[in-house]
Design a protein around this ligand. Sequence first.
Ligand SMILES: [Zn+2]
Length: 111
Amino acid sequence: MKSCPNCENIGWYIITNSRGEPEQEKCEFCYTEPDSVFNVVNDLNKTISQLQEENARLSKIYREELTELQNTHKELNTLKSAAGILGSVKSDRKAESSRANGRLGGRPKSK
Ligand SMILES: [Zn+2]
């Protein structure tokens, strides 16, 4: 990586124009030298924004998948409690038939 001999690695510097006024001049070294600090930093910033975009894209997908999972979880819980209600109905019925059986003298006795 090469630090710029002309500017503060920012891609421009101040010159005095023909009218004696200060003017911004584009720095050739910064732009044309592939290994200049300016270019390396710019490339890194590009990579960083690409990664941030990728991160945002993936976060969106994960959020959607998480919502789907949470919905599935809710459905499962609904099914579980429905199954629980059915289960208790079943055991009520069992208990009732067991009581009826008891009134009839219990299990049929084998000889
Ligand atoms: Zn420069």
